[in-house]
Design a protein around this ligand. Sequence first.
Ligand SMILES: Nc1ncnc2c1ncn2[C@@H]1O[C@H](COP(=O)(O)OP(=O)(O)O)[C@@H](O)[C@H]1O
Ligand SMILES: O=C(OP(=O)(O)O)[C@H](O)COP(=O)(O)O
Length: 399
Amino acid sequence: MPAFKTIDDLGDASGKRALVRVDLNVPVSDGKVSDATRIERVAPTIRELSQKGAKVILLAHFGRPKGEAVADMSLKPIAIAVEEVLDQHVAFAGDCIGTAAEDAIAAMNNGDILLLENTRFHKGEEKNTPEFAAALAKLGDIYVNDAFSAAHRAHASTEGLAHYLPAYAGRTMQAELEALEKGLGAPKRPVVAIVGGAKVSTKIDLLSNLVTRVDALVIGGGMANTFLAAQGIDVGKSLCEHDLADTARQILKDAEAAGCAIVLPVDGVVAREFKANADNETVDVNAIPADAMMLDVGPKSVEKVNEWISKGATLVWNGPLGAFEIPPFDTATVSAARHAAECTKAGTLTSVAGGGDTVAALNHAGVADDFTYVSTAGGAFLEWMEGKELPGVAVLTAA
Ligand SMILES: Nc1ncnc2c1ncn2[C@@H]1O[C@H](COP(=O)(O)OP(=O)(O)O)[C@@H](O)[C@H]1O
Ligand SMILES: O=C(OP(=O)(O)O)[C@H](O)COP(=O)(O)O
């Protein structure tokens, strides 16, 4: 476990302005939060600081607005969901720096909670510029990082701030690291990893290291389409990052060299529209129609995935196998999740899964409580698994 200061080291927090980095990058459907797990996980830190009389100022990102204020990536609707989870009023400020933030903070009483607008609306956040970090730091007396799931990003609010203010780990940051160490510190082999989802470009690079640490890598979701395309398969209009073909081919070579089995889909469920109950058909991956998208892996592929889950002693999973939010494209993810839950309950598998959407998928399958551990983190958890230093954790350790 890294040695860092925690809320226990805060001393008297009464009246202190606490800048608390949380991960509110939660799944949203029709403008409403569809899975509040990430909010529930940071609630203890927020409550504890509020009860200690701190002015709790929440910093968070939502989506990838690339340094511009984008209306549908505002955190304003999320403030309502945070309020519901906490059962306590949460004020909102329309900017995370400058007058809007300063005025809202000036109006706070001890114990109040305020959420500031999306930090990624400013270019300085992802670039981690000293100017932006200083503009944030000006708003607080102390910095608490409870966003383990964003700790793989060296951004101003996840890393830079710790250079300006006394820095502490929040309760979830502590708990995640403890739980991952306990579940995966010395994983029992064979270790099977499942990586799916949509964030192909930000996750593909870590696969080359992951294949040296696991015995089998099951690839699903948009990630699988990218690997299939790299092998010359026509994936039609599927979510696919064609420019990553060379990277994908290199990972396949790295896996072979490391003796890691790669499990790619052999069939898929395709549709022409990305919507619930869209007309769909199951096809071999070599027969994906040019005008269709593969939105889920097919039944033969799920059978293979479940065989690997049965063979595994440890399972690490980030990223759903398909577009699980829209039935029937949730079928493979639900089947694999339920099978992993059964193996865990039978005592043959240690199962650790993480990621904003992966947690939502496990909840959708009704099995989140049956996994050994469910992390709020996806990319951060995989990087931790690789043995990489997470900038958001390292800076707390240094502090
Ligand atoms: N074949 C697919 N086509 C399009 N989207 C997909 C596909 N498979 C998975 N997805 C999408 O991937 C998203 C989750 O990916 P990601 O953000 O990487 O996972 P996590 O949040 O768990 O880390 C979901 O919204 C899901 O709909
Ligand atoms: O949702 C997140 O990560 P995840 O999809 O890996 O679980 C985090 O909020 C990080 O978001 P980012 O991948 O846009 O930096």
